[in-house]
Design a protein around this ligand. Structure first.
Ligand SMILES: [Zn+2]
Length: 271
């Protein structure tokens, strides 16, 4: 253990920037809370609402990175931490209110707005596969030196309340980047492909696991350039911009999940 700690301290001294690269903290619905947990030789396990959250080494001990759902009530919340020596501790944090705007889009194809029973069967099966993919947990430390996955214009932002043909829908859980069909989409950070498919709403899509419950999702692709199980480097092409699934034009819909919670992707890169 002492040797491991010495190695860790050595690495901390060598690459402080690597270890300091964290998402921007935003303790609000759709944001990320970063909580100092304290020192220990072994990495503790932390949970928020029974979901395991990322715990990473920081300058002054372990840090928990908690993805906060858009539906979370502002006010006091806490995570539970289980330490290797059997201790448990609770760490409180305060969630502030955050106002998101609204987005209204019109989809001409009625089937994509109010799917029939056959389509609903397909949609339910796809949701189950996606839920399963989001359950992925690997112990590799995520590399938060994210780059943008594509070049384009930011259109619909994260968190907007959505109306499709004037019907209320779930809030927009990603960031839309519009670019011409065929524009390359790159992995923003090293990861592994955990799910690819052609989904009813999302069209041709890729899910990447970056470790510790950090999972990114790319939708509406024209073409997918990777296969399930494949490892990808930062900047490696995973597909190209398209207009598959429920869209009004070619764009990338990009979601980042922490502890199975979609959070604002703009917290992951310099603006
Ligand atoms: Zn979108």
């Amino acid at each position: 253990m002492a040797a491991m700690r010495a190695t860790l301290l050595f690495l901390l001294a060598l690459w402080p920037s690597l270890l300091l690269a964290l998402p921007t903290e935003l303790p609000a619905p759709g944001g990320v809370a970063i909580l100092g947990l304290g020192q220990a030789d072994e990495r503790p396990q932390a949970t928020f609402n029974d979901e395991q959250v990322a715990v990473l080494p920081g300058e002054n001990g372990w840090k928990a990175l908690v993805g906060l759902p858009l539906s979370l009530e502002p006010g006091d919340h806490r995570i539970e931490v289980a330490w290797a020596d059997g201790r448990r501790s609770w760490h409180r944090f305060t969630v502030q209110d955050r106002e998101y705007g609204e987005s209204r889009i019109t989809i001409a194809e009625e089937r994509l707005v109010s799917p029939g029973p056959e389509d609903m069967k397909r949609i339910e099966a796809e949701r189950a596969r996606i839920r399963e993919a989001l359950r992925t947990w690997t112990n590799a430390a995520p590399d938060f030196n994210f780059v943008l996955p594509t070049e384009g214009r930011f259109t619909t932002g994260f968190g907007l309340r959505r109306y499709i043909n004037d019907q209320p829908r779930n809030p927009h859980n990603g960031l839309d980047i519009a670019a011409p069909t065929g524009t390359p989409i790159h992995a923003p950070s090293p990861g592994r492909v955990i799910l690819t498919g052609d989904f009813f709403f999302a069209g041709k899509s890729v899910f990447l696991d970056h470790g510790h419950g950090v999972i990114s999702f790319y939708a509406h692709m024209n073409d997918i350039h990777v296969q399930d199980g494949q490892s990808v480097e930062r900047g490696e092409q995973i597909g190209e911009i398209g207009a598959t699934g429920r869209v009004t034009g070619p764009h990338l819909h990009w979601t980042i999940y922490l502890n199975r919670t979609a959070v604002d992707p703009t917290l992951f890169f310099e603006r």
